[in-house]
Design a protein. Structure first.
Length: 262
């Protein structure tokens, strides 16, 4: 049975390869990117049935516009793969004063998922890309009051998306499945090349686990879990994600940042 699948950040890297893999199986792929030319090129390389959506996920207005555009065209989608992520950027503070890593890696996927929940199939899933690199969240940094270095911001933003994956899963016992996935460390993505100066490992390692997370039976009852593809199994995330008080503080911070101005 073919599915309708949104993949953010699908113009290169794991996102693009995952899109190609799923399109080859006959699924309808909603491609997302920031750059119109790259998005057009991605659609050509993916083939099959695709749609193109442009949004800069560091700008919350564009995140909401993306959700609106998808909801106007679809009464139901089956899978959301929140793949887009950022480690380094020329400017690390957004127009609204937040760290761009928290905005793209944590806030944007949360806001997008919440906005799309009314049309995500109950038997569908949301796959959130996290990382083996996780660190307790500095709440001042989350709220844009403190600057962090690149890795500090990245590791904390990835713990934060792991936390909200777990917490949202608790709020949605009837589905969809919400799962956090580390697709494997140091894959051959642009982020790894720019961040660590190495070629990285075969991207198909990541694309294959994202395909399994999106459609495979092994993830059908995995809501709230964390899958670590370095060990190839469901595992415990960083201990801070299991700390109820820390999780509650992070969730409150996310909701406060995303709350409409009064």
């Amino acid at each position: 049975m073919t599915k309708t699948i949104l993949i953010t950040g699908s113009t290169d890297g794991i996102g693009l390869l995952t899109a190609q893999t799923l399109a080859a199986e006959g699924h309808t792929i909603l491609l997302h990117g920031r750059n119109p030319a790259k998005l057009e090129a991605a659609a050509k390389s993916v083939g099959g049935t695709t749609e193109q959506y442009i949004a800069d996920l560091s700008k919350m207005a564009e995140v909401y516009a993306l959700a609106t555009a998808i909801r106007e065209k679809h009464s139901q989608i089956d899978v959301v793969i929140n793949n887009a992520g950022i480690l380094k950027a020329p400017s690390t503070v957004t127009e609204d004063g937040y760290d761009i890593r928290f905005m793209v890696n944590t806030f944007a996927p949360y806001a997008l998922t919440v906005a799309l929940l009314p049309i995500i199939a109950k038997d569908g899933c949301v796959v959130n890309l996290c990382s083996a690199a996780q660190a307790p969240v500095n709440l001042d940094a989350l709220r844009g009051r403190k600057k962090l270095d690149d890795m500090g911001a990245y590791t904390q933003s990835k713990l934060a998306i792991t936390i909200w994956s777990r917490e949202m899963a608790k709020e949605l016992p009837d589905g969809p499945v919400i799962v956090a996935v580390n697709p494997a460390s140091l894959l051959a993505s642009k982020m790894v090349k720019e961040g660590f100066g190495i070629a990285g490992n075969d991207l198909s390692i990541g694309a294959n686990i994202l395909r399994e997370a999106a459609l495979g039976a092994s993830f059908a009852d995995a809501s709230g879990k964390y899958f670590d593809n370095d060990s190839g199994q469901f595992a415990q995330p960083h201990a801070a994600a299991l700390d109820a008080a820390h999780s509650a503080e992070v969730m409150q911070g996310i909701k406060d940042v995303l709350a409409p101005p009064r």
